[in-house]
Design a protein around this ligand. Sequence first.
Ligand SMILES: C[S@@+](CC[C@H](N)C(=O)[O-])C[C@H]1O[C@@H](n2cnc3c(N)ncnc32)[C@H](O)[C@@H]1O
Length: 314
Amino acid sequence: MDLDKLAVVQAQFLCGYPVKKINLESLFQNISWESQQIFLKETIGHSLIISKPISYAYLVAFLREAIQVLEQKTQEVHDDFYTEFLRVQQLASVDQTQVYKHYRVALNNAIVSVRETTRLITDGTTGLRTWPASLALCEWFTHNLSKFSGKTVIELGAGIGMAGIVLAQIANNCKILLTDFHERVLNFLIENIKENSLGSNNNSLQAIPFDWTSEEDLEKIRRDHTPDIVYAADVVYDSEIFPALCRVLKNFIKMNNCDVILSCTVRNEITFQDFISKLDDEDLSISLEKFYEANNFYWDNSCEIKIFSVRLKN
Ligand SMILES: C[S@@+](CC[C@H](N)C(=O)[O-])C[C@H]1O[C@@H](n2cnc3c(N)ncnc32)[C@H](O)[C@@H]1O
């Protein structure tokens, strides 16, 4: 069995990458009985699945797909596939509202595990799960690490913390402040920070409340911290919040001429253009950053993601 291919499938499986996008065909080409057992051990049998369970519904979908592909590729499907399928089907009868996702951070051979909700919106917030723009930003981090060395960094709308936790794994001497305003999101964020190590590069990672619409919050954060870099992922979706968000960005840029990096999923071009025009109202302009395809991190790329920096106009 091609162990490099198996490592990719394992990484995609642990973070709940869409099963239809996982390339099982080439892994299962001429697969032996023993290799089928190894495949099961390295995926469904992974120790993390027991200590910090991922979605049981995902386990069922993954095994169903694996069995279907195996039945096409080999005469002999290992019995364990069917036994495991029945087992996870039973597990999936339990309604899970919270699950883990495990992301392999190839740069330092670590795994980041985050707890999130199974629904897109819970308690009126989209912040209780990791969005593709965060994962695309993690990929961008891996190619731009030197920018973060020795810097103070603030994340806006950090949600459950995936991007910041990854940054804390791979940056050097970086002080990272993850902010959000929703109480439940902040609780998840704090827990996820606690559950993950910081790597060994002298970074610090902290969660603090910050609502973009609150002058008081902005004043406090400006008083206590001087960011060199401010970044955010998937915060451009609600036109009503754009003026407050743009004002916050301008404030940080004027305060310390800091770099602002945004990673945005462009679900609706009109909404995106509305955001650009609100930036324009604040005398801010954008320039596109190089976009890196999924390589270290995996995300659903069915919507376009743009990563760009925001600057004061000359
Ligand atoms: C779509 S989620 C993105 C979460 C995370 N950045 C990600 O990409 O996975 C948007 C986040 O923005 C936060 N947010 C929305 N309005 C906010 C505000 N006024 N102040 C601070 N955060 C806000 C939400 O709580 C939520 O966590």
